[in-house]
Write a protein that binds this ligand. Structure first.
Ligand SMILES: C[S@@+](CC[C@H](N)C(=O)[O-])C[C@H]1O[C@@H](n2cnc3c(N)ncnc32)[C@H](O)[C@@H]1O
Length: 271
């Protein structure tokens, strides 16, 4: 499998863990029934589906992504969902959206605009705002924290202090690029009434097979290549607790309990 294929597979498998949280965030937006929206950086199309459910039968969602592989996967998923009449996909770059000004009633971007390390947040947010009608909403959602290793706060803190653990933030990057600084981007983009909300999700023993697989995928996505940045002692503990093949893998613990948060920033295009 290619790197993209493996990443797509991990995103797919991790959906059951975050679905409830993403649904809560979308519900909080109160998207108008019948409205037309953009899912920028739609990835595997999982959220385009939830957004399409939220806007109801007369609504339309356009999923945009730069990657043809993600779009192919998303199209296949939507075909099977019975919601294909409400969803279309287009390849494009969020930095230069292939849409006229004011095309959409709202725009949404999850773990892409404001999150991706290679995208400068403010110009991309301005571009989202450009394609939304005056008065329409722009929302950014992203993973904002986690507590996945109950009983091992020191190891978890050290994992968080590695490059992978703090990704997509990069050591040396301006603090203003951190996702939790998004209120400033909304202000600077001229968006009105910016708000921030955080939604929590959790998982605890006994884990269903779906949740267990989702957490395994999450561990793989959260801490790739982390071992080289750990001390010998931490590396041994990481291997013992965080690798599925270890007899002491933490997800096997009968009292396993974890939580995570996703934060959402919203604002309105000036009338
Ligand atoms: C971490 S994934 C998130 C996917 C999905 N929104 C989600 O939350 O599950 C980031 C997505 O943004 C896309 N992406 C990255 N840079 C982009 C750009 N400049 N324009 C459009 N899409 C981009 C990637 O191809 C990928 O599908």
């Amino acid at each position: 499998m290619t790197d993209t294929g493996a990443y797509i597979q991990r995103l797919e498998v991790s959906n059951p863990l975050i679905e409830r949280t993403v649904r809560s965030a979308i519900q909080a937006l109160q998207l108008p029934l019948g409205s037309r929206g953009l899912d920028a950086g739609c990835g595997i199309g999982f959220q385009a589906l939830l957004l399409a459910e939220a806007v109801g039968p007369g609504g339309q969602v356009t999923g945009l992504d730069i990657s043809p592989a993600f779009l192919r996967h998303a199209e296949g998923k939507v075909k099977k969902s019975g919601l294909s009449e409400r969803i279309s996909f287009q390849q494009g770059d969020v930095r230069k959206l292939p849409f006229d000004d004011g095309t959409f009633d709202w725009a949404w971007s999850s773990s892409c605009v404001g999150y991706s390390a290679s995208l400068e947040p403010l110009p991309a947010l301005k571009e989202l705002a450009r394609v939304v009608k005056p008065g329409g909403g722009v929302a950014l959602l992203a993973w904002s924290s986690e507590n996945l290793l109950p009983g091992y706060p020191l190891l978890e803190a050290r994992l968080k202090a590695t490059s992978a653990g703090m990704a997509p933030f990069v050591r040396g990057k301006a603090p203003e690029w951190h996702f939790l600084r998004a209120l400033g981007w909304f202000r600077d983009a001229g968006l009105r009434g910016a708000t921030a909300r955080t939604f929590a999700g959790d998982a605890h023993a006994p884990l269903t097979d779906d949740l267990r697989c989702a957490l395994v995928a999450l561990f793989e996505m959260r801490w790739p290549g982390v071992e080289s940045e750990l001390s010998q002692e931490d590396r041994a503990q990481y291997r013992r607790l965080c690798l599925p093949e270890s007899p002491e893998f933490i997800l096997n613990h009968p009292d396993y309990c974890a939580f995570f948060t996703c934060s959402m920033f919203c604002g309105r295009v000036a009338k």
